[in-house]
Design a protein around this ligand. Structure first.
Ligand SMILES: Cc1cc2nc3c(=O)[nH]c(=O)nc-3n(C[C@H](O)[C@H](O)[C@H](O)COP(=O)(O)O)c2cc1C
Length: 399
């Protein structure tokens, strides 16, 4: 056997061996991760939500960026929210006519073209000077439901004018009932039909990433953040005319389920509880006659539980038994994520960071692009999986 023949035989042997195959197979990462090293120059070039995240990062100072992306402690719930989706897999159905696709959902008598809702996010002018008003412009263009945060930076009337119709509003029930009542009165006066009451934030501790961002920011926080009594709040428009000088936090660990009848007596708005993460609390919420719930862990910013919202959704759906609408948020980035939540029984899906990334990257055009991407991906999911309408998306799609 000459040496050339022996070498070729050896190489053939190597090529057939599993070791060789492993060494030359593609690394275990998704194909689209190979092209993350890029720059885009306009919102319309963003191909998915993560492109907007990447572009947003360069526009936002470190302290604000860290507060936007961070969670609590080791940020494990931020990760869990994304990883949770992998635990549910979808069985595609074939030969289903989806040519007249109906993506609409109805919430409290108002029909929306898609089940995609803009979550309340505080202090949006930290990400773009047009803040909530830019979000309203994009929500109006595509007819999405927008939820206005208690800690918003643009006045509610201005936002409603830009949206072209009343928005829903979010309420932090503070430890000071006079302030809480004052906030409710303002929301009602603005014409909000629904108040989303956030109950998942009894502690403001543990946001390590946000604190780290602050440490690594060279700017002086007090240049923008006031040090006067109640300074975090007194300059925000919802607190205009209310005495917030003694308010040190909008969250409190004093609240109990008594809150619900008190709120019911204080307002004619529909009441939705945001932050439900267990069947037990979902059952209590229904017992206390709320009008809806949001399964949420505040985008992984409430606690370090290791539990994603999508994982807890099935037990919540069971406990609620169809009596009130169930919204869900935290970690939704893809059309297929939305499809999974609806298949598990959610009525609609809210997003936070995805539209804020759009806002930070390109202002209103970026929010518009974020909504367009999510809508197109969800539409494509409905077609690919063979669901002609929202009603048709049920558990039979889950493997
Ligand atoms: C920077 C930031 C600020 C937020 N501010 C509020 C708020 O004021 N009130 C509230 O109920 N939720 C707030 N949230 C939580 C969102 O409403 C929503 O639950 C969360 O962002 C959903 O997760 P996602 O960002 O992964 O989509 C905030 C979230 C972020 C990222």
């Amino acid at each position: 056997m000459n040496s050339d023949f022996a070498r070729r035989r050896f190489l053939r042997y190597l090529a057939a061996s599993p070791l060789f195959a492993a060494a030359h197979s593609l690394p275990a990462k998704a194909a689209n991760e190979f092209w993350r090293d890029f720059t885009i120059t306009s919102a319309d070039q963003a191909l998915d939500i993560f492109d907007l995240e990447k572009m947003a990062k360069d526009n936002v100072p470190p302290a604000h960026w860290a507060s936007l992306i961070g969670g609590t402690e080791g940020d494990q719930d931020v990760l869990a929210n994304r990883q949770g989706f992998a635990k549910f897999r979808i069985k595609p159905r074939r030969l289903v006519d989806t040519s007249k696709l109906d993506m609409s959902v109805t919430l409290f008598g108002r029909k929306w073209p898609t089940p995609i809702i803009l979550d309340p996010v505080s202090r949006l002018n930290a990400f773009h000077p047009d803040g909530e008003t830019a979000v309203a412009g994009a929500a109006r263009k595509r007819d999405h439901l927008q939820v206005y945060a208690t800690l918003a930076t643009h006045p509610i009337d201005e936002v409603i004018a830009a949206r072209g119709e009343p928005v829903w509003c979010q309420l932090y029930p503070t430890a000071d009932w006079a302030i809480t009542q004052g906030l409710i009165r303002k929301q009602e006066a603005a014409g909000c039909p629904v108040v989303m009451v956030t109950i998942d934030n009894p502690s403001t501790m543990g946001r390590v990433t946000a604190a780290r961002g602050k440490q690594n920011d060279t700017r002086t926080c007090t240049d923008c953040h006031s040090t006067e009594p109640g300074g975090a709040y007194v300059r925000l428009p919802m607190f205009d005319g209310l005495d917030a000088t003694k308010l040190t936090a909008t969250t409190t660990n004093k609240l109990t389920w008594d809150l619900i009848p008190r709120l019911r007596d204080a307002t004619r708005m529909k009441i939705i509880l945001k932050g439900i993460m267990s069947a037990e609390d979902a059952a209590l919420a229904v017992q206390h006659k709320v009008d809806g719930i949001v399964v949420s862990n505040h985008g992984g910013r409430s606690e370090e539980s290791g539990l994603s919202t999508i994982e807890v959704l099935p037990e919540v759906v069971k406990a609620v038994g169809g009596r009130v609408p169930i919204l869900i948020d935290s970690g939704f980035r893809r059309g297929s994520d939305i499809f999974k939540a609806l298949a598990l029984g959610a009525t609609a899906v809210c997003v936070g960071r995805p539209y804020v990334w759009g806002l930070a990257a390109y202002g209103e055009a970026g929010v518009d692009r974020a909504l367009q991407i999510l809508t197109e991906e969800f539409k494509s999911a409905m077609i690919s999986f063979g669901a002609p309408s929202i009603k048709a998306i049920d558990r039979s799609f889950l493997f």
